[in-house]
Ligand binder design. Structure first.
Ligand code: PLP
Length: 391
């Protein structure tokens, strides 16, 4: 796989490249798209071949026979994560934001509190509010090394009794944390103490940097299966987010029934393109590609961090997983409006604004480094120039 190939995505209806001018005023002609969390790479050949087979056949009817898809999921989760998936508890949704919305609908009532460890993936708060539920922010704290930690004494004290659910992002977007088994155990205990359904969004679980090891929640806390909902997907891992497919996996029969009822009420059935792509992806060929990919992403994050960390007052949080660099500008003493202006107008880089991730995000910008290395190098050089007066 040649991850160095620069593929022009402009004019392909790509959210990342075709919407950045309208949103950030950064032109795709001379700008760099480092916001939306998709990659500028093609998926593995095994996925391309599955799409090609569909096109060659040319009849695009409703999907049937989920057997091979479930086999592929079982194989992948056992092989790559040591997790025995409860096959009967796998529900296929139109992506995981959709899956989160269905969980809110199935397991909470309007007005209920839903706990988030902020800053965290912005769509969680968006769907919670849109569903008429209340976001309950439990801010992460940074230790001396700048790494995010959880502070359960503070979180316990903040609970009011109206909370019904907690959504965990594991590994963490945007902080890039791979939570340890002990930290996951503490989240599970927190869910038990406050009688919360725990939704563990593990969409980034394959994108773990060499030397790091992700623990699936069912392995960290096998005893909380009666309140656990797992969210996983092929889409981040294989860069097929446009296929809009994800899995909500529920071991508990009662929770499963409630979820199935909501899916039925929404008239949901699988997206055929997504099913074929995902089945092909969860394979030995897909696994070899992911191993190559994470090696490449590791090189990109190192290059990016080396460049931005030379700028006085700017620090990129050590990225243990994902391809999203979470960069703290607080040491520059600049207001968010000023450092954001420099990044967007001077460096011409479209990035995610930290305040959209909730409390604690305001001094940060999120940079997506899943792009050919030459662009990452260019981004680093542009940022050094844009903040050159600080040197
Ligand atoms: C934690 C997390 N969950 C879900 C999603 C999106 O999932 P989907 O595209 O399947 O809706 C993202 C995308 O960045 C994410 O970071």
């Amino acid at each position: 796989m040649n991850f160095d190939e620069e593929i022009d995505r402009v004019g392909t209806h790509s959210a990342k490249w075709d919407k950045m001018e309208g949103i950030y005023g950064v032109s795709p002609e001379d700008g760099l798209a480092m916001w939306v969390a998709d990659m500028d790479f093609r998926p593995p050949e095994v996925v391309q071949a599955a799409v090609q087979r569909m096109a060659d056949h040319g009849v695009y009817g409703y999907f049937g026979n989920e057997g091979p898809y479930l086999d592929a999921i079982e194989w992948w989760m056992r092989e790559r994560h040591g997790w025995d998936v409860p096959r009967d508890g796998v529900f296929t949704t139109h992506g995981l934001v959709n899956g989160t919305g269905l969980c809110l609908d199935a397991f909470t009532e309007p007005g209920d509190g839903v706990v988030l460890f902020t800053p965290v993936y912005h769509a969680f708060a968006r769907v919670i509010r849109a569903a008429g539920r209340t976001v309950v922010e439990c801010p992460l704290v940074q230790d001396e090394a700048g790494t995010y930690r959880m502070d359960f004494d503070a979180y316990d004290a903040a609970m009011t009794g109206s909370e019904r659910m907690v959504i965990l992002c594991s590994p963490h977007n945007p902080g890039g944390r791979v939570w340890s088994a002990e930290e996951l155990r503490a989240v599970a205990d927190f869910a038990v103490r406050h009688d919360l359904v725990l939704v563990s969004d593990e969409i980034h679980h394959d994108l773990v940097m060499p030397g790091e090891s992700h623990t699936p929640m069912p392995l960290a806390a096998p005893d909380i299966a009666d309140r656990l909902v797992m969210l996983t997907a092929t889409t981040k891992t294989f860069n097929i987010a446009g296929a809009h497919i994800g899995n909500v996996t529920i071991a508990d029969p009662e929770l499963r029934c409630r979820f199935a009822a909501r899916m039925g009420a929404m008239g949901m059935s699988p997206n055929s393109f997504g099913m074929h792509m995902a089945t092909a992806a969860y394979s030995p060929e897909g696994a070899a590609w992911v191993d190559e990919l994470t090696g490449y992403l590791d090189g990109n994050r190192r290059l990016f961090d080396e460049a931005v960390n030379t700028i006085p007052g700017v620090r990129s949080m050590p990225m243990q997983a994902t391809y999203l660099a979470w960069v703290d500008f607080s040491g520059t003493g600049m207001e968010p409006r000023e450092f954001t202006r420099r990044v967007e107008k001077d460096a011409k880089i479209a990035v995610n604004h930290g305040d959209t991730f909730g409390t604690g995000g305001g001094a940060f910008l999120r940079f997506n480094v899943a792009t050919p290395r030459a662009r990452v190098a260019e981004a680093g050089a542009r940022l050094q120039r844009a903040f050159g007066d600080l040197q």
